[in-house]
Design a binder for this molecule. Sequence first.
Ligand SMILES: [Zn+2]
Ligand SMILES: [Zn+2]
Length: 776
Amino acid sequence: MAIRKRNRIEVRGVVQGVGFRPFVYQLAQRFHLSGFVCNTPDGVLIEAEGADCRLAEFSTCLTHHSPPLAEIQDVVTCEVNSLHDTEFVIRASLERPFASVLVSPDVATCDDCRRDFTDPSDRRFGYPFTNCTNCGPRYSLIEDVPYDRARTTMREFRMCADCQAEYDHPGNRRFHAQPNACPVCGPELLLVDAAGVNLPAVAAPEGPTNPNLEVIREVRRRLLQGKVVAIKGLGGFHFACDAENDGAVTRMRALKRRSDKPFALMSADVSSVARCCVVREADQKALLSPRRPIVILPRRPGTRISTAVAPGNNTLGVMLPYTPLHALLFGDNPEDPPVFTALVMTSGNLSEEPIVTSNEEALQRLGSVADAFLLHNRRIHMREDDSVVRVFHGKERTLRRSRGYVPAVIDLGAPLVEILACGSELKNTFCLTRGRYAIVSQHIGNLENYETLEFFEETLANLKRLFRVEPKVMAYDLHPRYLSTQYAFEQAGLRRVGVQHHHAHIASCMAENGLNEKVIGVAFDGTGYGTDGQIWGGEFLVADFEHFERRAHLRYFPLAGGDAAIRQPWRSALSCLLEVFGGDLPDGLPLWNLVPAREIDLVRKMLEKGINSVATSSCGRLFDAVASILGLRHEITFEGQAAVELEMAAVAGTEGVYPFQMEFADPWQVDVRPMIESIVRELQEGEAVGAIAARFHNTLAVMIAEVCRELRRHEPLNKVCLSGGAFQNMFLLERTLTALADYSFEVYLHEKVPPNDGGLSLGQAVIANAAIRKES
Ligand SMILES: [Zn+2]
Ligand SMILES: [Zn+2]
């Protein structure tokens, strides 16, 4: 006879709200075990009793065949006394203070649910809020843990008998699916005009009525007419319009006051995406992942997508539907044939404000842009934008980390002090640490206004509650004027650790790659406050988590007029030209005709006299200077625009590198004046702008490799971390990797967090941890 045993099994990780308990239940039935499973604030607790060999099989299956969305971090098993119970049950959640469970990010609609809402015979046909334990909203509606309906915004809806039966049946796909709902009992759609007046949908002449589907058909009709509709989604509102309707897109861009920043698109499926973009296999995988990010793809020549979607850009950001509502908008059911190749789906906000989440706020703030509002009555607890990724060298790399990714933790491998890292000013995120985990917030945005700061604070309060963490240490950027820095100084009774911007970039890259040793760090970006009070941004560091040495940087040039210097790339161009040519400025540059002479004279005087000027080693400003010298862009409407256009102009396959010089001062300086001189000469000789732009990129790549090789001569370091917004430039990144590979360096890039300032908070956290550990 088999030996009877009882095991107590604690499972930690993302195991709540992902169908884990029904999975355990079914497994227990299969192996004839008795006992129970329940959610705890730590994860899931199982007690299983039965034949010894069956228990062993149960444990193996538990870790190897867990549900697709579960992410097991840790399993602790111990034997306990037999209770001789006869059945296996799912128990109510246990509450316990000061513990943490990992909350699941929102998950795109699964195939099973899609079958339900596209099948005219299913009770959920056309129902835009269909979900199950394998899919649906999580982070955006969870108010507290443990994850139960009562702690989500779904508590306002009482389940009907059918839904309750699904919810209660351990064998059902919707067993304990907290947001479970149907057309009888769940949230519903409402279409209104800008004044909030109900817009009636026209019912189908025959067949049963389906109010949600009729509303969706009315929205489709309006979108087809070229209207802009504000649509409430998972983490906030989108503005939607037909991406092939040039008039609609242009009008929306003008009303949204959105400058030339690219709009994101949504297409029904991969084959629709392939009609506007080149989709490789790895891109397809990213598009179809349950996280459903916006994927940056090369635009297909001749596509009918309006050029106003992404002016001056040869890529498009596209995502697939991630809620039933989105899928139904594309007519994803036998009764509504597809009509759109793609819809513009851009964040529902005005210029740089956070994405809008409530119906009232939408009507108040978005009325000047949208012709109609598609609302629903499921409250959004946590606001979040769509995430943006790009596939590079076969791997999905995050450029904006939000819906679908947050609050998934980053495992740092060893326990940290509890820290709040406040992040940067642009593309802000913050980072909390707990145990071995870094919890990086969703993309907050540019911390330049009160609304965004509020978003920062509400998200911080939420994540502190969900993860039961109350840090006593704060990490902040050295820039005294950043709102994130000021926030850190307004909090009483905390330890504060100031972290240099580019050190944080490199530490962030190290942390996500599991490196904890001295490396060469190349941090190229637009702006970061230096320890000498100047604006850094073309930096070569030798760094670990505790220290950094600035070993080399791009030679300083003066920047006149503060923020205006960032908005007007021609100011950087003028400064670089003065550095190279002195008073004898070269003739025939496009700049002289396109910028008023009076303004040029004024800034020239400022530069010559050093009025209202700072010194900068910024790579971003160097890109600005070259873009302006080449006549591509003299004024920008969004951050990084000139650099993007310079990248777009560069013609692949162009050979050649411009000269530059190394000055071995302390720190070393990389003098790019010979390069600027060559660029001007080639331009005057009539060389094509595309070739010059390419050679500029080639030069930076070779320069990075040369400086790294020079550093390796002085210290045996072979690992190079690349970070900073400049490495979002694929033309530069490709060439830099090739040049570093020629010298046999081991190169590390970002994957989980963005190379731009969105990844900064992670680096701040690990540096602050090292500083505190060192003291104690
Ligand atoms: Zn599902
Ligand atoms: Zn129901």
